[in-house]
Design a protein around this ligand. Sequence first.
Ligand code: VGL
Ligand code: ZN
Length: 212
Amino acid sequence: METFTPRASDALIVVDMQYDFMPGGALAVGEGDAIVPLVNRLAAKFAHVVLTQDWHPPGHASFASSHQGAKPFDTIRLSYGEQVLWPDHCVQKSRGAELHHGLDIGHAILVLRKGVNKEVDSYSAFVEADGRSKTGLAGYLRERGIDRVFLCGLATDYCVAFSALDARAAGFAALVVDDACRAIDMAGSLAAAWAKMEAAGVTRVGSDQIGG
Ligand code: VGL
Ligand code: ZN
């Protein structure tokens, strides 16, 4: 079994560990809360930890409630392409948008908020769904001397996958710590996400492969 020991040029990106993605939340991911202890143990091994926070304004374009006649989990066409419509979730300053209080990652150096543009969604921590608007994370990581990112959190098939794919596109090595993620898995989305990630050179690892 190949192991990866975190080094100074690695970062861990902890994706969207927010109450709305936990059981009982507006867009609950099965067992979303179960990974909190594992994410904490993983984060302790990394000097550079970035947290992401889905952070939508009220009336966001990704909300079904923003589109006449639409239901959550429908897909529609927006100016930038296909968009899955979600229940209202992670509304700025709401309780559901808060990071899980069980996260114990005091040394995290950046909380990156995404999806803040009312008209454009952003599963990815790097580039919004229009494929053009950058969050600045790639530049930030590069300035910190990072060349490899590990990802964990929620949800494997949406925000984790899109972030991993964009990390690769931006020239970083990318590894997804599979057991420290949970998926929405809707209409084959998890298998599709893994196929894309594998094709893009994203490495799938287990937390038992992370040394240190
Ligand atoms: C996410 C759907 C909508 C995620 C965020 O964090 O994976 N999924 N917004
Ligand atoms: Zn969202």
